[in-house]
Design a protein around this ligand. Structure first.
Ligand code: FES
Length: 98
């Protein structure tokens, strides 16, 4: 391995709507969810259109969700922690996003 290799951090477990998923320390919540196939992180207020990681640097706020009971957290700026609880948004019609 050369000096510039990037290696994943230790595996940790997150809870996403009560379901355990594996992530790596050093990942953001957004990338951990994306690795699990979760692309929709919120819906627009008026038209209910899906939004997910867009800028991935904390500018657009398209990735806000609830982390450890705290709403409005940006998934792209929040690093995973062991045992973290993440709540995915509900669609405007009340259905839970898969
Ligand atoms: S993806 Fe733009 S703020 Fe998170």
């Amino acid at each position: 391995m050369d000096d510039y290799a990037i290696s994943p951090g230790p595996a940790v477990t997150l809870w996403v709507d009560g379901r355990a998923i594996e992530a790596r320390l050093g990942q953001t919540v957004g990338t951990a969810l994306l690795a699990q196939g979760v692309r929709v992180l919120r819906h627009t207020r008026n038209q209910g259109k899906p939004r997910g990681l867009f800028c991935a640097v904390g500018i657009c706020y398209d990735c806000v969700l609830t982390v450890n009971g705290k709403p409005g957290m940006r998934a792209c700026m929040t690093y995973v922690e062991p045992g973290m609880n993440v709540s995915l948004p509900r669609k405007p019609d009340g259905d839970r996003v898969p």
